[in-house]
Design a protein around this ligand. Sequence first.
Ligand code: NOJ
Ligand code: CA
Length: 551
Amino acid sequence: MSCPYGSPVQSHSWWSDAVVYELYPRSFADANDDGVGDIQGAISRLDYLVDLGVDAIWVTPWYKSPLADGGYDVASYREIATEFGTIDDAEALISAAGERGIKVIVDIVPNHISDQHPWFQAALAAGPGSPERDRFWFVHGVGDTPPNDWVSEFGGVPWTQIAELDGSTSWYLHLFSTGQPDLNWNHPDVSEKFLSVLRFWFDRGVAGIRIDSAALLTKDPELASMPTDPRLPHPFKDRDDVHEIYRSWRALAEEYDPPRALIGEVWVPETSRSARYIRDDEMHSIFNFDLLTCPWEACEFAAVIDMTLDTHDLVGASPTWVLSNHDVTRPVTRYGREHTGFSFQGKTFGVESDLAVGDDRARAAIMLVAALPGSLYIFQGEELGLPEVEDLPLEVRQDPIYLRSGGTDPGRDGCRVPLPWSAASPSWGFSAGTAAPWLPQPASWADYTVERQSTDPGSMLALYKAVIARRREIPQGDDLVWIQRDPHVLAFRRGHIACVVNFSDDAVSSPVSGELLLASHEPIGNGAQPRPVSSETLIPGRCALWIRVPL
Ligand code: NOJ
Ligand code: CA
């Protein structure tokens, strides 16, 4: 089966240095004016993505879903949510993107399913001990205490109790929300189902898949409580038998021409363990969240970069760099705070942020990561420098993390507010007409619209475009060579381009001489005349430069 992206030779390793744009359909663009983003809206904005210069889009789940977790609760993997469109729309998006040279990656959610999925409904109806229940993790008749001491990834108890027809009770496991029962990957129906779901999307020409919660799929069959010795295998995270699944997926991906890419969401702290997912018969790449959780400190950034490159070298895989996604606080807000590294546990209401400082650092950060070897993932709105919306009314918040925390954790709605495109409609052009967006946008977003930023050479959008365009000039085979790494400044070169980042708040002299190509603090865009840089050039605080250096 072929797809519209050229020959295998040309595209075999496109994922190793691609710029991938995460498109969260619900908040990207609303074509039918109901306040919810949709696939036709995304199609109508594809030329914006061409202009931005991305190689691929990763579309977060667009499947039929009750949206208990923003679509990560899938009721049918072969149907599209009514809010987002139809399967014809999905095919139209894949083909319209392909015509523009943009690849499409779809999100596959294999750890859990929606409680509205026919399998789970059948399991509920069939009762304890039935084969239908074996596809899940049901425990019958242990009273009112949950079967073990596991903790949900969303906080709280990952078990929900249900009443049976005979008056007894059962529990079912859901590592996320109640509406997302975990699948039993020991059951042959489960592995067969996902191979056929993968085929369904590969046959439609998607270039790859993003694998949700990829390290959680297999469980201790005994459902044993958490071990007291942390050296013992975890009962549900990163278990050795999970790799077998990805080997079979890789074999399937290799049957296609060109081979489809597997990109895993793997939150595993030890790099020696996470690297196992990108051995040459498993996934092609995994998200590297280490810079996202890293505080804005030069030495810490350098340590993450070194460790990432070393670990990937060992397995011959290419790294990825991620500053944000639909689960974490927007970079501009995070970098404006006292604690600049992201942590799920650290999220609370009322943490102040200096957005001007955050904006400087976010600009410098994208220049840094875009200069590194590997692929780059950008979450929609990051290129506009959107801040986290922290004052969403409580009644509009939908994230199960917020709801399950009893309102103490702000949740993830604040990074999912619909994009501002123009002054054309009350929702800043997000909806075609006058509909109110599903999450309200701040009035201040008038200053962040694509329309406004497109005419401002100093905007965040202009910087992202210039960075993505210039990045193509960096020879991708070239290793990173450090020039300077101290608590204030990181400087490195790859081939004839050097990147210098001043992490401190004060100006420093440039450690590199050459011709200035890009600066995070002033509009030196693609195509502008290069200016000389020398040790007499002062780099303002929280700024980055790209400099052409003699080879
Ligand atoms: C990771 C996804 O990025 C997140 O949004 C989702 O809530 C969980 N996996 C569960 O599917
Ligand atoms: Ca819509």
